[in-house]
Design a protein around this ligand. Structure first.
Ligand code: ATR
Length: 272
């Protein structure tokens, strides 16, 4: 049976960011584990999954744009990941590969740091893979959910899949009111942190506003929401919480949270 020494975990993405490695390697050091983590920039997703099998790689984080594509190459996809329709984590148990989604856990725990979810009205902007994980997290937490998306058919498809309301296109943001939680899941702000889709007037005091962009933590949406008195949550919190769960899946141990948090904030140049 293929094995690696030390135990190898890693990530695949078209352009690797390296933040996962910072967090996971800090955790391995803290707990003196004979593990190491490497971030791979790859183009060949089936080849990468085959490498997991051939090299005995223990765990693999899967990022853009492979989260849906790799599902077909696995032996099993856990029920929640199948419901969401995307995986971001592969665990190799003696050659048997299972796909998980830890993004939804990251989203839910990031939100729960600021707000009790049950009974809240949430609006999700976007309808991609990240939106699906966020919508699942909100429904699981007991929120009602409405979706806004630029492209009509994608917004409708997501809303239908999860039996939530589709409000319409981005013009629906103009007069948006009556929500408790607003989440940007689009890639706007990821590509250009100084851009935002959310008009400032919609950001009212006391509302919870999350941008899933992990770095930089202070996107324009985050800054405007904070300035308007919202409870603003950066995507950094979501990234961190999903990484705790990945650590636990790879090692079977409880994540050393403070160490991983410090490693992440150091990596993105934010002092804690
Ligand atoms: P991911 O899986 O990471 O969520 P994705 O599937 O490419 O990525 O989805 C990206 C989301 O960002 C989509 O909701 C997309 O809107 P469309 O469905 O209309 O394409 C949204 N998005 C990307 N660029 C956008 C832009 N400039 N304006 C508005 N929405 C945008």
């Amino acid at each position: 049976m293929p094995v690696s020494r030390p135990v190898l975990c890693g990530s695949i993405a078209i352009s690797p960011g390296g933040l996962g490695g910072m967090m996971q390697n800090a955790a391995y050091r803290e707990l003196n584990l004979a593990y190491t983590y490497v971030s791979f920039g790859v183009e060949d997703a089936p080849g990468a999954v085959q490498a997991v099998r051939a090299l005995g790689i223990r765990g693999l984080s899967v990022s853009m744009p492979f989260k849906v594509e790799v599902m077909q190459y696995l032996d099993q996809v856990d029920e929640t990941a199948a419901r969401i329709g995307a995986i971001n984590t592969i665990v190799n148990d003696g050659g048997f590969l299972t796909g998980y989604n830890t993004d939804w856990i990251g989203a839910q725990n990031a939100l729960r740091e600021k707000v009790e979810l049950h009974g809240k009205r949430a609006v999700v902007v976007g309808a991609g893979g990240a939106a699906r994980a966020v919508v699942f997290a909100l429904l699981h937490g007991g929120c009602s959910v409405s979706v806004i998306n630029k492209t009509d058919y994608r917004g409708r498809a997501l809303a239908e899949d999860f039996e939530v309301e589709f409000l319409g296109g981005l013009e629906q943001l103009d007069g948006l009111d009556g929500y408790d939680i607003l989440i940007n899941t689009t890639s706007v702000g990821f590509k250009a942190p100084q851009e935002t889709l959310i008009p400032v007037r919609v950001l009212q005091e006391g509302k919870v506003v999350m941008d899933i962009v992990a770095a930089p933590p202070e996107t324009r949406l985050y800054q405007e929401a904070s300035a308007r008195g919202c409870l603003a949550i950066p995507g950094t919190r979501m990234l961190l919480h999903q990484a705790f769960r990945q650590f636990e899946l790879y090692t079977g141990l409880e994540a050393p949270r403070a160490v991983m948090e410090a490693a992440l904030y150091q990596a993105i140049g934010v002092s804690t």
